[in-house]
Every structure is written in C-alpha cells, then in structure tokens.
Design a protein around this ligand. Structure first.
Ligand code: PEP
Length: 248
C-alpha cells in the first residue's frame, strides 16, 4: 500500500512570519491524517518552517537545489545545506524551473542523482505543454523527460522517489486536467518505471497529480487508482484549504 502524499509548493510566496503562522494553524488541522503532509517552501522560510514543524507530522521540503557539493556558484543552494537543516524533500524539474529558468533534462538528472546522494527525496515534476498535448505528443514528452531525468538512478533510490505529473497548461491556470488524463499519465509513468526498474520499484514509487488541485476537485483525483497524491501550488498557501486537501 502506498501512502498518499499531499505536497504544497509555495513557490515565491510567504515571508518567514507568514510561514510560521500558516504552519502553526495547519498543525492541528492535519495532525490526525494518515496521509503524508509536505510543504515545499522558499529557501528563506526553510529554517523557520523546519523549526515550527518539528515534532509534528508536517514535513518540509525545498523547491530547488544545485547538484554540486559547494563552490563558486553564486546564488545557489547545495544539497548538503538542505540536509544539514533537516530538510527532507526537494522539488526538482518543476515546469517553472524548466520553462522560465531554462533548466534542461541533463541538469535535472544531475540534481536528482545528487539529491539521492544527500538523502533528500526528490519530487520530480514532468509534464507536457499545451501545444504538445494538442499535437498528440503528451506520452512522448513525458517518456523523454523520465528517460533523461532518471538516467543512472538506482532501483533502491527510485523506490523512495516521488514523481509528479504536472501538465504545464494546468499549473496556476485554474484549468485542471480531467481525471482520465491524469490517471492515464500517472499510469504511463508507472509503466515506464516498471519497464526500466521492475515491479518492486514501480509498486513503491509514488506518483502524484499536480495542476490547479483545490478542495473541490481533490477527491476526483485521489479516488483514481495509481494516483498517490497531489502537488499543490495556489491552494497550499492557506492552512484551511491545504488541510482540506488532506481530508479528501
Ligand atoms: C505547482 O506549483 O506545482 C502547481 C501545481 O500549482 P497550482 O496548484 O497553483 O496549479
């Protein structure tokens, strides 16, 4: 049985005191859930979020990292820096990193490998743009991203991984994917993992849907076999809406 995970992505929102307040409000609302609750927060909130979440069932992640250990990489944050403050998760390959900041699969692959080496759990995002869906390339795009982003990743590492199917056209647009499209894409991802890494791994890896998930539509996704949770942007910023996502 895979435990469902509801992961929030705050993107570039929330000052430290807002982060502390939100997590303080969230804690009693989610303390009895059986689902895994994760918040991926901006770097400047990490320390505060980790402190206030300590001893609760809320796990904290980052939204990006560099793959190198240390060095002359002005403005970057190293995986060891995240691990040192007890960060557990890191989002990698989010479409905003791919399409606004030009991250390619080769770079994302280095980050995935480095995250595992540092005992961080990557939440790898894959998904097609609108024009790719409209021209029938959805499967091809997802498979290419998986092939390239997971190169050289071991079976043992992959078992712990979280992969999010996030169609680019559904992120922050209010235009969520149908349950059928989300289910099919998640099944495609699991089939890929099965074909490359075997059933023990494909049975364990958690595959989420992300893209305009909100309290009104979360149940529709969570009731689909093979969708193991949600990656949520906008609706993760308020304690009550995020908490209600964990109670589908
Ligand atoms: C995201 O940021 O990964 C996301 C899915 O955003 P939203 O829920 O706002 O569409």
């Amino acid at each position: 049985m895979r435990r469902k995970v509801i992961a929030g992505n705050w993107k570039m929102n929330m000052l430290p005191n807002e982060a502390i307040q939100m997590i303080t409000e969230l804690e009693p609302l989610v303390k009895d859930t059986n689902n895994e609750v994760v918040l991926c927060v901006p770097f400047t909130d990490l320390f505060y979020a980790l402190n206030v979440a300590q001893g609760t069932n809320i796990k904290i992640g980052a939204q990006n990292m560099h793959f190198e250990e240390k060095g002359a990489f002005t403005g970057e944050v190293a995986p060891g820096m995240l691990k040192e403050i007890n960060c557990e998760f890191v989002i990698l390959g989010h479409s905003e990193r791919r399409w606004i900041f030009g991250e390619n699969d080769e770079l994302i692959n280095k980050k995935v490998i480095s995250a595992f080496e540092h005992d961080l759990i990557p939440v790898l995002c894959v998904g097609e743009k609108l024009e790719e869906r409209e021209s029938g390339q959805t499967e091809q795009v997802i498979l290419k991203q998986l092939e390239n982003d997971l190169k050289g990743v071991s079976e043992d590492h992959l078992k712990n991984m979280v992969i999010a199917y996030e169609p680019v056209w559904a992120i922050g647009t209010g235009k969520n994917a149908s349950e059928k499209d989300a289910k099919e894409a998640c099944a495609l991802i699991r089939e890929f993992i099965h074909s490359r890494f075997g059933s023990e791994t494909s049975d364990k890896v958690r595959i989420l849907y992300g893209g305009s998930v909100k309290p009104e539509n979360v149940k529709m996704y969570m009731s689909q076999e093979g969708i193991d949770g949600a990656l949520v942007g906008g609706a993760s910023l308020k304690a009550d809406s995020f908490a209600s996502l964990t109670k589908f």
